[in-house]
Write a protein that binds this ligand. Structure first.
Ligand SMILES: [Zn+2]
Length: 521
């Protein structure tokens, strides 16, 4: 008996050792004082500091200005640490609300990425909240959510949006079945639904039922259903947000009702699918034309959230950039690299023959798309930050600063970029009374970085930004220093080191080295 138990325990210990590094951060603390930061809040206000931020358990209780730019701080006037409290010296650093990634998939078998790898990459990039938009199923997601909430794993806070119909024994073919599935989804604890499109009467019933239950929903308006159900139909039916951009050009058609498909097009051929998608925005109404304005204004009136996920299509306009991103060598798993390589089977690996013509079409596609997104923001619309990583050479975590850079490219001021990443996400989740900005009474979710990210968003990449010193020495600056979630402090660089160790271990197993597609020796 004793011997059996010993064996069992050592087995569990080994399993645990494989599954998870035992670093679980520092906290929560009865009191936490973060000293001397410049606050870049998510509400659009300009940077302000030095400031001491005081957290008790997991609530922000005070934010106190302690001096003036460039003037030594009068220590006697700073808030005092209580017995048992924790002080975090962040003098001269920048503090932002925890980042929200509105479009994530923890990763499936195809990617061969386990949840610890994915979660740590996110947390290392300051992502304290994610909206899962479908993946391994509701039960799995709820289990992760519980573990994350109780700090048993290193992971962001999870909002679960189940794929519509996932887990149903039969394909959903009637409005009644749709309503029943929606009720079960809510009962199971989901926060909402992610649609790809369905028959209009099924979409109507499902969105209606979901809305009655007070849940939120979003859609990737897949090409298969978009001729009869585009973004406007969704917004009118009560959907609360949309992903990517599909379904938006279709709502903007003036002189056609379907995309100009070549006659030998096959949706199952992803080069066809993505190549033709790159020609879609130019088939829509021109920016600032009457139809374009009307569609935009109606979406604004319906308080519809746009989650563009610019980064996930970036390889379409510059394959080499995405493929050669410097972090792949150290942080991309061999299985992911395999998944990314050109393939007729893997989703998002549509590089049958991807060249200059395809990239130029996509560059022009982006200009029209970005014009819509930026103007939507200017008219008061809510735009959020989502990454959709794990496909198309976009790596978990690293994709997030890239998405911020692309919003900047679209015309957002860096403060508007940060607001999209924080408060806008919180609003879209219905959690803006708890997260999304640094305010008294909100939860203690923060990103702390040594450099000013407004001046260069690249300092938010785990690999940092390149800089030349006064002495002509090349250095790296930035990379998130601390990610704080629910009052627990995580050393972001330690999390990244854990990820690299996981990748090194996988490489060692098979003597694997990263090679570019088609290179044989
Ligand atoms: Zn996705």
């Amino acid at each position: 008996m004793t011997k059996k138990l010993t064996i069992l325990f050592s087995f569990l210990f080994v399993l645990n050792g494989i599954a998870q590094d035992n670093y679980l951060g520092d906290g929560p603390h009865s009191q936490l004082i973060i000293r001397g930061v410049t606050l870049i809040n998510g509400d659009g206000s300009p940077p302000r500091g030095p400031m001491d931020i005081i957290v008790e358990n997991n609530k922000i209780v005070n934010m106190q200005i302690v001096g003036y730019d460039g003037v030594p701080i009068d220590e006697s006037k700073r808030p005092k640490l209580k017995a048992g409290g924790k002080e975090l010296d962040a003098n001269g650093m920048y503090l932002l609300p925890g980042f929200i990634d509105m479009h994530t998939h923890v990763g499936g078998e195809a990617q061969g990425a386990n949840s610890e790898y994915v979660f740590k990459l996110w947390m290392a990039h300051g992502i304290t909240t994610i909206r899962e938009v479908g993946g391994r199923g509701l039960d799995w997601s709820m289990d992760m959510k519980k573990k994350s909430n109780s700090h048993k794993i290193v992971a962001p806070r999870i909002f679960t949006n189940t794929f519509f119909g996932q887990g149903s024994k039969k394909p959903i073919s009637t409005p009644e079945m749709a309503r029943e599935w929606v009720r079960q989804n809510a009962k199971g604890g989901a926060d909402g639904i992610k649609f790809f499109g369905a028959e209009p009467k099924i979409m109507t019933a499902a969105i209606d039922e979901n809305k009655k239950l007070g849940l939120r929903s979003t859609a990737h308006h897949a090409q298969l259903s978009v001729a009869r159900w585009n973004v406007l139909h969704s917004a009118r039916a009560g959907m609360t947000s949309m992903e990517h951009w599909y379904g938006l050009p279709e709502a903007l058609f003036n002189d056609r009702t379907v995309q100009h498909y070549p006659l030998d097009y096959n949706y199952q051929n992803e080069q066809h699918r993505f190549e033709q998608a790159g020609r879609l925005w130019k088939q829509a109404a021109k920016p600032y034309s009457e139809h374009w304005n009307n569609v935009m204004n109606e979406l604004l009136e319906l308080d519809f959230t746009l989650d563009p996920t610019f980064n996930i299509y970036e390889a379409s306009r510059d394959l080499q950039r995405a493929r050669r991103a410097e972090w792949h060598e150290d942080y991309t798993l061999p299985s992911l690299w395999k998944f990314y390589e050109p393939s007729k089977i893997s989703h998002g690996s549509y590089w049958h023959y991807w060249g200059t013509e395809q990239e130029v079409e996509w560059k022009n596609n982006y200009k029209l798309w970005m014009t819509f997104i930026n103007e939507y923001k200017n008219r008061g619309g809510r735009v959020t930050v989502g990454t959709d990583s794990g496909f198309i050479y976009q790596l978990y975590g690293f994709a997030y600063p890239r998405e911020l850079e692309l919003l900047r490219e679209a015309g957002f001021h860096p403060l508007e970029v940060i607001r999209a990443a924080t408060l806008n996400g919180a609003e879209a989740l219905g959690w803006d009374d708890k997260i999304g900005s640094v305010q008294i009474g909100k939860l203690a979710d923060f990103v702390i970085v040594e450099e000013n990210p407004l001046m260069n968003l690249k300092v938010l990449y785990g690999t940092g930004a390149i800089k030349l010193t006064e002495d002509n020495e090349v250095v790296r600056v930035g990379g998130v220093k601390y990610t704080i979630k629910d009052g627990v402090i995580y050393d972001a660089k330690r999390l990244l080191a854990d990820v690299k160790a996981m990748v090194d271990k996988e490489k060692a197993k098979t003597n694997w080295e990263l090679k570019q597609p088609g290179i044989k020796n």
